[in-house]
Design a protein around this ligand. Sequence first.
Ligand SMILES: [Zn+2]
Length: 293
Amino acid sequence: MTMKPLRPITLDDLRGQPGLSRAASDALVAQQPRTVMQALVMHGVGRKTTRRLLALGLLTDPEGVQTRPMTLEELRATRREAEASKVKLSGGRDRSGPPDQQIRCANCGQSTPGYEIVSYGSMESGYRQVCNRCLNAEMAKTLGLEGFEHVKFEPVGLPDCTGELHEFHFRTNLFGARVAIDAFELRDGDPTGYQFQIIGDPEDDLLVLFGQLMQKMRRGLATKHLVDGQHGLQIADDMIVRGKIECDLDHDGRVPMLIIDGREITWDELGRMLMTYEGWQFKLVVADKSEEL
Ligand SMILES: [Zn+2]
């Protein structure tokens, strides 16, 4: 059994690798992961790439994760290990900010991640920062929804079609007579990346709704709309792009920042990709976050 990789990874080893961005190639060369597991937790590195590097003898796979899904525990342990040894996992972005900032709920006193805290109140009575669970309970009482029971869903790791693992967090929101479950990835404690939502009846079994959300997430992760080609990022052969419209703060919110395949794509970049089809037609459909396009 080989315990050490043969030699360092070079850009030549990665050239022409389908689905691997230039940023991810650069990150592999800069960070030199030694095992398949260390490579897979890097942003934009999938199993096709690790298979190639494994075949070249540039990675080893002592945990045997090339041929089986990585568990969430493994994913986390590897990330912790990498953070402890000051290895930057994500290409480009600065991750030095406090991860998962916790805020104490003004109602129940529980330490809660920032994305589950809502400012609740009015101009007259003032605002309090309360957790989602407390807010949902309050809302259910007001609406007389006796059958509603808040459920806290634990994070889940799901692979996309290139084998890259995504860690999803969940938030349950009661609004009016409907309940929404949101699934999202986190960066520096903020929801980002792949995002999915399902809406249902608050007095139905939330676990059933959660199951439907998971199916929707699997469907969403099964397709890539953009591919890394010779001339950078391009629209894939299906010629359909689905994504989420967010706000580009670098342009004061005047143009959108799009989330496609779980990654941020600027308005300008999408425009550049469309120029491949100069003279063709297109159709733009806008739909609610909970709808499936
Ligand atoms: Zn609370």
